[in-house]
Design a binder for this molecule. Structure first.
Ligand SMILES: Nc1ncnc2c1ncn2[C@@H]1O[C@H](COP(=O)(O)OP(=O)(O)OP(=O)(O)O)[C@@H](O)[C@H]1O
Length: 711
């Protein structure tokens, strides 16, 4: 045993935090209590750190959590870095295999698997096969070292011939794997350095203590203080609450002009948005002159707003106190309705399928003859996508309006005929006291433009921006004055599942010239699942929510698992039978399984079948439904937005069910371009649902996949 020094500077590595997520909650609680004690009284009895004998790093210590579990820490002088937690034998085995090195290039402590283990189980041939070029031949040793490859590992890196072996090499730690997968995915050395937080040339040699506290170390290591420890003992803390990766941190903290952050599914956009909200709220709380000012966190759906509120409550409860909240979380439609109600707007906001609205359109189609060649579907689409989306109130505005992307061109006389219908619809809506969300957004903007009202918001943070239409974005722009830290928007156009689209510049949100705000590393999904989900979108041009086309260059995950299982069977009943067999192989006491369908009816059909087979299920519908406890959850693909599960099964994805037959009916869409738009949204829907899976994805279908949807 080694005696603890009188003071201990405690810090925790992200690997310890991730390991903590895998042990029982009671062990986790015990761990944090122990750490708190160690921090307060390092010398007290029972706090002794045990040296790990036989390991290759003499600084490794074990700490007893309870009879069965041990924590592993690295001690150098008064610094104690907590690095791992596991059952007794496994924890020791982990510690014996590893050594820590202080790396001057990344200014951080790196944990490498000790040589003895490499010798025992080489995961890749040490010598590259003669006939295959090395994957990293195009980069010099210096360049590889500059992105965080340790000099000792250059021979390993030079022997790599394909992308999949990067993450299989045990010597390479996460930093090296991230950099190398980035280079292999087409990023430049500068982009990779930026991503891993190496924005400046390396400084001189660093000590262990300095490396614990360097900027790059902050992505893996947190130096703990009393406040942290209190919070950890009180609340179960997931890794994302504690650690931000360098790019995430750069985006979440500091003063910024209007910012749009883009990133693929699972790259931590919501995490960044929440940390940004906390950072902004903390600035307000620190400044007494800003008392009463607030951060609004908003998104499109009520469900997601509810999840974010819950997560923010765990992240920074001090900012959400009931009496004086500094952060307010509300979906935009709810906020607009509340704002207008408080100002006696006098109209009820209704959505597209509301019965009164339907009746108005039926009456309009009874009364008016449609211009030649235009269907009812086209006329309604034109209303939604042009008139309402652009907020057109005058005939002349419609004559001049851009209709890019709408397929069929419209002559001036046709627009004139259509305008008569739209005037009728508008008049009837006014008469009946109803308005659509776009009208609501414009009404609020008009009130704000009049200048008599000052909103309490200094900052607005927006999640799932891709689902906001033009009027919503214009309103958000009007809700905070244009200045530093005003708007922070995150989104991913690949996940656009509603028929709305907006270009930031066209809506007066100036994010141009700052194009590097891209999160590319997926922290949720395995690389195998990510690739399948991306393949669904192959060949489809996706916008960047501004004026250009989005690129998926450099998107990747370091986690690996089984390939997604495409289960093709002969009939729907076989799909159900096989689903039950598949579920039997999953430990439903500890794992979450999301079963996603296109329609509610299909969801209920699967649910009935599973219940009849004696399985316990839960339908996720309302915002209060909890998706995080283990077991089988049934939900529509739309509802899956923003959620995640250990395993996901997409049901009824065969051509006979998906896309639904109505999509190909002539009257369903005015033209092929509109039909293709809908097909694109369905691809996005599959992409969204598939990327909810952490480790296992199953795609269940009768017959084959539709050639109209999947290439
Ligand atoms: N810094 C981090 N440390 C640990 N885990 C992280 C970190 N950032 C993100 N994650 C994890 O990655 C997952 C995805 O994060 P998040 O939901 O924020 O991504 P997203 O980009 O908003 O996803 P999507 O667009 O698919 O909804 C979550 O499980 C989250 O906990």
């Amino acid at each position: 045993m080694t005696k603890s020094p009188e003071t201990l500077n405690l810090s925790i590595d992200i690997s310890c935090n991730l390991a903590l997520e895998k042990v029982p909650a009671s062990v986790r609680k015990q761990f944090w209590k122990l750490v708190q004690k160690l921090h307060a009284h390092p010398e007290a009895n029972g706090n002794n750190l045990e040296r790990v004998k036989g390991g290759s790093d003499k600084r490794m210590r074990s700490i007893r959590i309870d009879q069965g579990y041990r924590a592993i820490a690295l001690q150098e002088g008064a610094d104690l870095l907590l690095v791992h937690v596991d059952e007794h034998d496994k924890a020791y085995a982990w510690a014996e295999r590893r050594r820590a090195v202080v790396d001057d290039i990344t200014q951080s402590v790196r944990f490498v698997v000790a040589v003895s283990e490499e010798a025992e189980a080489p995961a890749m041939p040490p010598v590259k096969a003669e006939h295959r070029p090395g994957l990293f031949d195009a980069w010099t040793d210096d360049e590889l070292i500059s992105v965080g490859v340790l000099a000792d590992h250059l021979p390993t890196v030079r022997a790599i011939v394909d992308e999949d072996t990067i993450t299989a090499a045990p010597e390479l730690d996460e930093v090296a794997q991230l950099s190398l997968t980035g280079l292999a995915a087409g990023l430049t050395v500068e982009e990779v350095r930026d991503e891993i937080g190496l924005t400046e040339a390396p400084a001189n040699k660093v000590t262990f203590s300095e490396a614990l506290r360097s900027d790059i170390a902050q992505r893996r290591i947190r130096v703990l203080d009393d406040k942290d420890l209190e919070a950890f003992v009180e609340r179960d803390m997931a890794a994302w609450r504690i650690f931000l990766h360098p790019m995430q941190r750069r985006l979440a903290e500091g003063r910024k002009s209007t910012t749009l952050v883009r990133g693929g599914a699972g790259t931590g956009k919501t995490v960044v948005a929440m940390h940004r909200a906390r950072w902004l709220a903390d600035q307000i709380r620190r400044d007494p002159s800003r008392k009463g000012r607030k951060v609004l966190v908003t998104t499109f759906t009520r469900n997601l707003a509810s999840d974010i509120r819950q997560n923010l409550w765990n992240l920074c409860p001090e900012n959400l106190s009931k009496s004086a909240p500094v952060i307010e979380v509300m979906n935009l439609d709810a906020w607009v309705s509340e704002f207008l109600r408080a100002r006696n707007f006098g109209k009820t906001i209704v959505f597209g399928d509301h019965k009164d609205l339907k009746k108005i359109w039926e009456d309009a189609f009874d009364q008016f003859t449609l211009p030649d060649g235009l269907s009812q579907a086209f006329v309604k689409d034109e209303w939604r996508q042009i008139i309402q989306a652009q907020g057109l109130e005058q005939k002349n505005e419609y004559f001049r309006a851009s209709r890019t992307g709408r397929g069929s061109p419209l002559s001036r006389p046709m627009r004139k005929e259509l305008w008569a219908i739209y005037e009728y619809v508008r008049a009837r809506m006014v008469e009946q006291g109803i308005a659509e969300p776009d009208d609501g957004y414009r009404a609020v903007r008009a009130i704000l433009d009049a200048g008599s009202i000052t909103l309490p918001f200094d900052h607005i943070v927006v999640d799932e921006t891709q689902d906001m239409g033009e009027q919503a974005i214009r309103l958000l722009r009007a809700m905070v004055p244009e200045r530093e830290n005003d708007l922070f928007l995150v989104g991913d156009a690949h996940q656009r599942i509603y028929p709305r689209k907006a270009s930031m510049t066209a809506c007066g949100v100036n994010v141009r010239g700052r194009r590097s705000n891209i999160l590319r590393i997926n922290y949720r999904t395995t690389e195998e699942i990510r690739r399948w989900a991306v393949s669904v979108m192959t060949g489809q041009a996706v916008d960047d929510m501004d004026t250009s086309v989005e690129s998926s260059k450099g998107y990747r995950s370091l986690m690996h698992g089984p390939e997604p299982l495409v289960a093709e069977v002969a009939s729907k009943s076989d799909e159900l039978v096989n689903l039950v067999e598949w579920l039997k192989c999953i430990d439903l006491k500890t794992r979450t399984v999301g079963i996603c369908t296109y329609t509610r009816r299909q969801r209920d059909e699967v649910n009935d079948h599973l219940i009849a087979q004696g399985l316990k299920t839960e339908i996720l519908e309302r915002d209060s439904d909890d998706s995080s406890c283990p077991g089988i959850k049934l939900l529509t693909m739309h509802r899956s937005k923003g959620l995640e599960f250990d395993a996901v099964c997409l049901m009824f994805i065969g051509a006979q069910d998906f896309p639904p037959a109505w999509i190909f009916m002539p009257e369903a869409f005015p033209d092929d371009a509109s039909r293709e738009d809908e097909l694109q949204r369905l691809r996005s829907l599959v992409h969204v649902a598939a990327t909810r899976a952490r480790g296992t994805l199953r795609i269940s279908l009768t017959g084959q996949l539709s050639k109209d949807l999947f290439t």
